[in-house]
Design a protein around this ligand. Structure first.
Ligand code: 5GP
Ligand code: MG
Ligand code: MG
Length: 176
């Protein structure tokens, strides 16, 4: 592991998750809610946030991965929705770690709509607003961050660094 420059502390993350949990609880009180986590990066946010949403809710998970062809082919998103519970008649909140171009969140929201939920909204911890390539941003987010590749709190670089309890930037990620 290379040194990591800290951007957002564990305490700041915890405070923001408590805030998100309060806002979500207020919005969904008395409504049938299902949260859907996008694997793998969202796992820490999902498990922390669920404990801060004090209204009953169900959990579903989807796997998303970007496939890159050769250099001339844009990365295509592969989504596995086979583990989802029934969403008909439920309000759905899709959870991811970060909203970067927004293509992952926006395509999963569109796919989820095919299951006839009552509503679909999105929540992320981090938003790289300057990189957005879709029309609609996240419904809930905790931190807007600059265009830097971040790790920790579930976010990886080559499947490393996910365990860090804070968000940071790897110093010199490429060996020169
Ligand atoms: P988008 O589809 O919004 O461009 O990208 C979303 C996905 O790309 C996230 O779920 C995450 O897996 C990955 N990603 C985007 N930016 C970062 C980043 O700064 N760090 C890490 N570790 N993953 C990122
Ligand atoms: Mg991801
Ligand atoms: Mg990743």
């Amino acid at each position: 592991m290379k040194p990591v420059r800290r951007l957002i502390s564990e305490a700041e993350i915890e405070a923001s998750v408590i805030q998100l949990g309060r806002r979500i609880s207020d919005e969904y009180r008395g409504k049938p809610l299902t949260v859907i986590g996008i694997l793998t990066g969202s796992i820490m946010l999902v498990t922390d946030l669920m404990r801060r949403i004090d209204v009953p809710h169900k959990l579903g998970l989807v796997a998303a991965s970007s496939y890159r062809g050769d250099a001339t082919v844009a990365g295509a998103l592969k989504v596995d929705l086979s583990e989802l519970p029934d969403l008909a008649g439920r309000h759905v909140l899709v959870i991811d770690d970060i909203f970067d171009t927004g293509r992952t969140m926006s395509s999963i929201v569109e796919r989820v709509k095919e299951f006839a939920p009552l509503s679909v909204k999105s929540v992320v911890l981090l938003w790289k607003k300057s990189r957005m390539e879709v029309a609609i941003g996240p419904d809930y987010f905790a931190f807007e961050i600059p265009d830097e590749f971040v790790v920790g709190y579930g976010l990886d670089l080559d499947d490393e660094y996910r365990h860090l309890p804070y968000i940071g930037v790897v110093e010199s990620p490429v060996d020169l």
